[in-house]
Ligand binder design. Structure first.
Ligand SMILES: [Zn+2]
Length: 78
């Protein structure tokens, strides 16, 4: 899923840090150092970044299949 814009618990803005967080995964820094350098100090906000799994690339093929099926059904009904 897409990352939530704000932390569920405290409301701190976190989505603006997500891209930079993902880019920093390539470095040899630990998660603690990365989150600290991004200014994410509270553990409620840290869990938002640590536990987000992007599944959009796995989900898109299903929507494409649904759209294709919808087009097929529409053409059969004509
Ligand atoms: Zn928070």
């Amino acid at each position: 899923m897409l990352i939530p814009i704000r932390c569920f618990t405290c409301g701190n803005l976190i989505a603006d840090k997500f891209q930079e967080y993902n880019e920093m995964q390539e470095s040899s820094q630990s998660q603690e150092e990365i989150l600290g350098s991004l200014g994410v100090e509270r553990y409620c906000c840290r869990r938002m970044l640590l536990t987000t799994v992007e599944t959009i690339q796995q989900v898109i093929p299903f929507y494409e299949a649904i759209q294709k099926r919808r087009v097929d059904v529409q053409s059969e009904m004509k």
